[in-house]
Structures are given as C-alpha cells and as structure tokens.
Ligand binder design. Structure first.
Ligand code: MD6
Ligand code: FE
Length: 205
C-alpha cells in the first residue's frame, strides 16, 4: 500500500513495486548515456528543463524552441539513438502484460535523470501515435513523489511515491491524465547516489 494514495489507483494505472533491478539496468543506462549524453532540453517557451534527458530505441522524444516531437536522430550527436537493450524491452513488455496490455512493443525509451531539486511539471503525454498503448515507467534510485491529476490541467492531483524498482503502467483512461513529479528531495541511494532515474517506454510511432 502507498500511504499517500490510500484509495485504489485510478483506472488504467498499475503499480508493480520492486519490479526493476537497478544493479542490472544501470550499466545499460550508462552505456546509452555514453553514446547519447543526458541533456537539459529547451522548451518552446525558451526555458530549459531541470530534468536531464536522453533516449534509446528507434525514436527519441525531444524538445526545442519549435516544439516537442519524436525523432529517429539525436539532435545532439546527429546520429540515431542507441538501440534499446533487450532487457529493457522484456521488462516493459512483461510489466505491460501483467497490467493487461499484452503485445506491448516499445519503440522509444525516454530516460530522465533527476538531481535534487529537479522536477517535472504537470503534463499529458500526447506525442505518441496510438493512445491505446500504455506508457510503462520504471523508477530507479531516490524516491519520487508522482502527481496524478485528471484530464484537465486544473484538476486536483493526488500523490504516489515511486520508489527504487517501481514500475508503473499508465494506460486505458489514465493515459490522458495530467501527471508530474515534485522536486526531488536530497538523499543517497547506494548505487545511484543523489539521483533518480526514470525510464518511460512508449509505442510512439
Ligand atoms: C517521471 N514520468 O516519473 C516522469 N509519463 O520522471 C512521466 O512523465 C510519465 O511516469 C507517462 C506515464 C508514466 C510516467
Ligand atoms: Fe509523462
């Protein structure tokens, strides 16, 4: 149970605690970061995100002055994004299947890196082609407070703690709900130090 979210989770959201293993995933993430370094993207308004981002897979999510999009090429390196490791695909597909989304085959994995103070404002994920597929989110390192609202930005939010190893499947009616992450609190994780990593697997194209 989650003490901040005593009620049942909204329809379409499945939380699988301790489903992912940072020991196994971190070397794969480090290899991706060595090829396509995490960077603070510019948003259309001109500011830069507090979260550092990179991607793996056929498509990567990027933002710049002109807007948000998925791209086959990393604009920082001019090359394709690193391939999605088989262990990532298996983790995401397995979690999706447990949540009732058999056949989920992600073609994009957005990797978010949070230092203390980094946050993610309320947003909807709507750059993907088919909202019938869920987004599978994997959290590693320091705990995050994840906020889940409604289909309108002004709807009230509730908080859910995403701890190291938590996998969240975000589909069905929840797929269009606003969500975000509160500023990361300082702390120390034995493997990741003062960091949180989040991987979101998408079927984007
Ligand atoms: C994060 N997650 O946990 C940001 N989006 O760092 C997301 O924005 C997200 O966790 C769609 C579905 C699940 C998520
Ligand atoms: Fe999101």
């Amino acid at each position: 149970m989650n003490d901040l979210f005593p009620e049942p989770l909204p329809d379409g959201i499945t939380l699988l605690p301790r489903q992912a293993d940072a020991v196994a995933l971190l070397p794969l993430i480090d290899a991706i970061a060595a090829m396509s370094p995490p960077r603070h993207l510019t948003v259309p308004g001109g500011g830069s995100m507090s979260v550092a981002m990179t991607n793996c897979g056929m498509l990567g999510w990027v933002s710049d002055r002109s807007g948000y999009r998925y791209d086959r090429i990393d604009p920082l390196t001019g090359r394709p994004w690193p391939a999605m490791p088989a262990a990532f695909t298996e983790l995401a597909a397995g979690a999706a299947a447990q949540a009732g989304f058999a056949g989920f085959m992600p073609d994009a994995c957005l990797i978010n890196s949070y230092a203390p103070g980094a946050r993610m404002g309320l947003h909807q994920d709507r750059d993907e082609r088919d909202f019938a597929w869920p987004i599978v989110s994997v959290s590693l390192g320091l705990d995050a407070v994840f906020l889940i609202g409604g289909t309108r930005r002004a709807d009230p939010t509730r908080a859910l703690v995403l701890a190291d190893g938590a996998v969240l499947v975000f589909g069905g009616p929840a797929r269009r709900m606003y969500h975000g992450v509160r500023p990361l609190k300082a702390g120390h994780h034995p493997l990741l130090g003062a960091r949180r990593l989040n991987l979101t697997f998408r079927k984007a194209g």
